[in-house]
Unconditional design. Structure first.
Length: 270
């Protein structure tokens, strides 16, 4: 996919089921999920939430950016039931991108499914030439739980490499990271603007596309309270010529948010 002059490549790292829907969204009765089961069948496995984890490679001029690094080596994510894991290194190889070609790793936040390939199984940095950009609050929150193995391997062992930011920042020409508060302290998304085209990578602002239609639904595992970012972003993306990118959505995770039969739905753009 191309946004103006910027290339956006989704790379699937893993897919699995994370939790019972009623655990993840305790206030939502099973019947309320029905319309979304029809719209997004790949995101359901019986009563469980089936979650793809894709990362995005962005090429902007001479700069190659990896947005998030997935779940990581198989077995890194004890909470979920994996179907497939550990796919990112192979996906990069198929694309012909060497690990040392990544100039910048941008971490939207530091949940376990967004940082897993920061380092490999032995704790050796995966992208040796990259700056690892993260928000100060996200880093501080992650480091407040130093006993978690994924934090030790993918955060504490790389602490010298982090390029810490505190607010909106240009990552490369046409790529601007913005603070998208809620879900995780210091969560950030990325706006892409190039040659009159626009896209927004929404991180986990609405981590199931049903939340685009039901922004009031509460996710039980948020580590920071929702602050209105979801509603504000919806106003910005709904029925507009803006591509909306999320690593937990079906297929490529690249689509548009449109009103269809009085529902707000995400439609993949092939
Ligand atoms: Zn996530």
């Amino acid at each position: 996919m191309v946004v103006g002059h910027i290339e956006v490549v989704p790379l699937l790292d893993a897919v699995g089921t994370l939790a019972e829907l009623e655990e993840a969204y305790p206030g939502v009765p099973a019947k309320d999920w029905e319309p979304y089961r029809e719209l997004y069948p790949e995101l359901f496995a019986g009563s469980r939430w089936r979650v793809p984890v894709a990362v995005h490679l962005l090429r902007a001029g001479d700069t190659t950016v990896l947005v998030d690094t997935g779940v990581g080596p198989p077995g890194s994510f004890p909470m979920w039931r994996p179907e497939r894991e550990g796919l990112l290194p192979g996906a990069l190889e198929v694309l012909g991108v060497d690990r040392d070609e990544i100039d910048l790793v941008f971490l939207t936040h530091l949940h376990i499914d967004h940082l897993g390939w920061n380092a490999d199984e032995r704790g050796v940095v995966s992208f040796p030439n990259a700056r690892y950009v993260v928000h100060r609050e996200a880093l501080a929150f992650a480091r407040s739980n130093p006993d978690r193995p994924h934090i030790r391997r993918c955060v504490d062992s790389l602490v010298e490499r982090f390029d810490v930011v505190e607010g909106d920042v240009e990552l490369a020409p046409g790529l601007t990271a913005f603070v998208a508060s809620g879900h995780y302290p210091g969560q950030m998304g990325v706006r892409i603007r190039s040659n009159g085209s626009e896209a927004v990578l929404i991180a986990d602002v609405a981590l199931h596309p049903a939340l685009l239609d039901r922004p009031e639904w509460v996710y039980a595992f948020d580590d920071a309270p929702q602050t209105g970012t979801r509603a504000a972003l919806l106003d910005e993306i709904r029925d507009r010529d803006v591509l909306v990118i999320c690593g937990h959505y079906p297929g490529s995770g690249i689509g548009r948010v449109v009103t269809l039969d009085e529902r707000v739905v995400w439609k993949e753009v092939a």
